[in-house]
Design a protein around this ligand. Structure first.
Ligand SMILES: Nc1nc2c(ncn2[C@@H]2O[C@H](COP(=O)(O)OP(=O)(O)OP(=O)(O)O)[C@@H](O)[C@H]2O)c(=O)[nH]1
Ligand SMILES: [Mg+2]
Length: 230
């Protein structure tokens, strides 16, 4: 079922956080605009870029929010993190400090963003600057931590255009899962003891938490889709 037929392209909010200078803006610019510069211009406030892509037959617009690493301790206000469908934690593989800081960034995201199910919220961890030789964070160490927090790990280089697309595609997929849950409802209709048992599979899509399916009758043989968007 193509969801774009129903409601137009889905917009997914993907937020990039991490220390200043790790390359959040560079990664975003590489992915969206296919550009890179060695010049460092710290992000002031928040930027965002959009990119429309196709995933598994669905058209989705990624709204990528690039935040300023320097503003971590300033009051950004909760609206920034709220409503994110996926959070990308970015660090620089040549900076152990930027890796260690991710735990704090993650916690802050969970507090400020208030995702509905914090234990199940998708985090993608991205180790950037793999083109540099003075690496301080091993692939093993980052993978270990990702396992602990149940995040997915990617690494690459915005500069060399190495594996920049993969983490965004995965973020989009995980974000899409946040929006859409495929629910298979198996209905057993057993009318007569001698008669065959009918199995009816219902495939229901949930959009933005605005629709859900509920049992209609007490025997659970009828279901209705409720729209709570209004
Ligand atoms: N060698 C190398 N340098 C990179 C890479 N990605 C970014 N840089 C450089 O690192 C510096 C910081 O990059 P930014 O993308 O501005 O970092 P940021 O995380 O957005 O920083 P804030 O906006 O201050 O939070 C710039 O000079 C970039 O050119 C990379 O993959 N390899
Ligand atoms: Mg920046």
């Amino acid at each position: 079922m193509d969801m774009s037929d129903k409601k137009g392209p889905i917009t997914l909010k993907i937020i990039l956080i991490g220390n200043s200078g790790v390359g959040k803006s560079s990664v975003m610019n590489r992915y969206v605009n296919h550009r890179f510069t060695n010049m460092y211009r710290a992000t002031v406030g928040t930027d965002f870029l959009s990119k429309t892509i196709s995933i598994d037959g669905d058209t989705v617009t990624l709204q990528i929010w690039d935040t300023a690493g320097t503003e971590r301790f300033q009051s950004l206000g909760t609206p920034l993190y709220r409503g994110a469908h996926c959070c990308m934690l970015v660090f620089d593989v040549t900076s152990k400090a930027s890796f260690s800081a991710l735990d704090g960034w993650r916690k802050e995201f969970l507090i400020q963003g208030e995702p509905k199910d914090p234990s199940d919220f998708p985090f993608i961890v991205l180790g950037n600057k793999t083109d540099l030789s003075d690496r301080e964070v091993s692939d093993k160490l980052s993978r270990q931590w990702c396992e602990e927090i149940r995040a997915e790990y990617f690494e690459g280089s915005a500069k060399e255009d190495l594996d920049v697309e993969k983490p965004f595609l995965r973020a989009a997929q995980r974000g899409l899962q946040q929006v859409t849950q495929l629910v298979l409802c198996l209905l057993l209709i057993n009318t007569h003891a001698q008669k065959p048992i009918f199995f009816l599979c219902l495939t229901c899509l949930f959009f933005d938490d605005k629709r859900y399916i509920t049992p209609y009758s007490t025997k659970n043989t009828h279901w209705k889709i409720q729209d709570i968007s209004r």
